[in-house]
Design a protein around this ligand. Structure first.
Ligand SMILES: [Zn+2]
Length: 131
């Protein structure tokens, strides 16, 4: 799979950049949560990508963590007005350091909560003062 780098906050057609709270980010990252309930203010479609950026409400800031999921299903059944349930499939992690997308199995969770790719992990090993 060709690597993509997500540095800019660009939102190409079919890509939606969304805030996600740490609790739900972790559940998505661990593969336990495969859906999002969202206000449908941006015309979500099956096949779209959600770029989920972890947002820490206490710090009122984004963390370095984000991941990419694909929308597999959409329903508004029994939802509040204008809300939808989006079925999602985890596609990639975005490395906290180099911002490359990588497969979940190519990602390591650091003790500080960052997700980094195996390439950055290798660099960390090389100069250990960062650990
Ligand atoms: Zn990296």
């Amino acid at each position: 799979m060709e690597k993509k780098t997500r540095k800019a906050l660009e939102e190409p057609h079919g890509v939606h950049i969304l805030k996600i709270q740490p609790e739900y980010f972790r559940a998505q990252a661990e593969g336990k949560k495969n859906f999002e309930i969202r206000e449908n203010d941006r015309n979500f479609n099956v096949g779209d990508e959600l770029w989920l950026r972890e947002y820490d409400p206490k710090a009122e800031a984004y963390t370095e963590n984000s991941l990419v999921v694909k929308v597999t299903y959409i329903t508004s059944y029994m939802q509040q007005e204008n809300y939808v349930v989006l079925g999602t499939k985890l596609e990639a992690f975005v490395c906290s350091r180099c911002h490359d997308e990588c497969e979940p199995e190519e990602t390591t969770k650091l003790s500080n909560g960052e997700y980094i790719c195996d390439f950055c992990k290798f660099i960390l090993k090389e100069d250990e003062q960062q650990c």
